[in-house]
Design a binder for this molecule. Structure first.
Ligand code: NAD
Length: 259
C-alpha cells in the first residue's frame, strides 16, 4: 500500500521575507505555514518596520527575526549565514517583496527612468534569484522557492505600469530556477493573487478602482484575502505539491479565466 503524501509542514523549516505588517501577503503565508506545523525564520526591512513585523512573528512563535533590506550589501547573505549556523538546512522560502519608485510607477512604462527600472528589477526580481542561489546549498534534501506575482505581468492592467514587465521577468526567473534546480529536487513556483489591500498596493494609483473592478469581474464577486494566499502557499511548500514546479498559480477567484 502506498502511503498518502502529507501536506503537513511539521518538521519543515522555512524563511519568510516580506512581512511589513499584519496585512502583508507574507503575514498571511507565515500564519498558514506555522499553522501547518513549520518552524519559521523571518525578516524585517529596518528598525522602523520592526514594531509592525514583530507582533506578527511573535504571534506564531517565530524566534528567528533578522533585518534584511536586499539593497544593503551583505544583509541577505547574513540572514542565510545565520540560518546555516542555527539550522544547517532550509526546506522552503517565501519571497514576497516588491518596490518601484513612485514617479516611475505612476508614469507610462515607456517613460520610466533607467535608475527606477533597475531598482524595481533589483528589489522585486533579482533578489528572488539571489535567494535561490543562497538557499541552494541549504536545501540538501530538496526544497521549495516561492514568490508572488500579479496578472499585470501577462496583460496590461491600468495603473500597474512598470511593475508589469518586472513581474514578467520574475515569472521567467521562476521557470529558469525550477529547471536549473530541479535535479536537486528544489522546486520554484509563483503565486499570482488577485488585488489585495496592502501597504505595497497603496502605492499603485487608483488601487480602489482596481479592487472594485476585480470584485465585479470575479466569478464569485469576492476579493482574495491574504488567508487565501496563505492556504495555497502552505500547500505549495508541502510534500503534497512535490510534482508542482516552474508554475505560476493564480489565486484570484477565477478572474484569470475571463476574457
Ligand atoms: P507589503 O507592503 O505588505 O509587502 C511588501 C514587502 O516588500 C514589505 O515587507 C517591504 O518591506 C518589502 N520590501 C520592499 N523593499 C525591500 C527591500 N529593499 N528589501 C527587502 N524587502 C523589501 O505588500 P504585499 O502586497 O503583501 O506585497 C508582497 C508581494 O505580493 C509583492 O511582491 C507584491 O508585488 C505581490 N502582490 C501583491 C498584490 C496585492 O494586490 N497586494 C497582488 C499580487 C502580488
Amino acid at each position: 500500500m502506498t502511503l498518502p503524501i502529507s501536506t503537513s509542514l511539521a518538521g519543515k523549516r522555512g524563511l519568510v521575507v516580506g512581512i511589513a505588517n499584519d496585512s502583508s501577503i507574507a503575514a498571511g503565508c507565515a500564519r498558514a505555514f506555522a499553522g501547518a506545523g513549520a518552524e519559521l525564520a523571518a525578516t524585517y526591512l529596518n528598525e522602523k518596520a520592526l514594531r509592525f513585523v514583530q507582533p506578527v512573528t511573535d504571534a506564531i512563535g517565530c524566534k528567528f527575526l533578522r533585518p534584511c533590506d536586499v539593497r544593503i550589501p551583505g544583509q541577505l547573505e547574513n540572514v542565510f549565514e545565520q540560518i546555516t549556523r542555527e539550522w544547517g538546512r532550509l526546506d522552503f522560502l517565501l519571497h514576497a517583496i516588491a518596490f518601484a519608485p513612485a514617479d516611475d510607477l505612476h508614469g507610462r512604462v515607456v517613460d520610466c527612468s533607467d535608475t527606477g527600472f533597475s531598482l524595481a528589477m533589483d528589489i522585486s526580481c533579482h533578489s528572488f534569484l539571489r535567494m535561490a542561489h543562497l538557499a541552494e546549498p541549504l536545501m540538501t534534501s530538496g526544497g521549495c522557492l516561492l514568490t508572488v506575482s500579479f496578472y499585470g505581468s501577462e496583460r496590461v492592467v491600468t495603473h500597474y505600469n512598470m511593475m508589469g514587465p518586472v513581474k514578467a521577468a520574475l515569472e521567467s526567473a521562476v521557470r529558469y530556477a525550477a529547471v536549473e534546480l530541479g535535479p536537486k529536487n528544489i522546486r520554484a513556483n509563483a503565486i499570482s493573487p488577485g488585488a489585495i489591500r496592502t501597504r505595497a498596493a497603496s502605492g499603485i494609483a487608483h488601487f480602489d478602482e482596481l479592487l472594485a473592478a476585480e470584485a465585479a469581474a470575479t466569478p464569485d464577486r469576492d476579493l482574495v484575502s491574504i488567508e487565501d494566499v496563505g492556504a495555497l502557499a502552505a500547500f505549495l511548500v508541502s510534500d503534497g505539491a512535490r510534482r508542482i514546479t516552474g508554475t505560476i498559480i493564480p489565486v484570484d477567484g477565477g478572474q484569470h479565466a475571463l476574457a
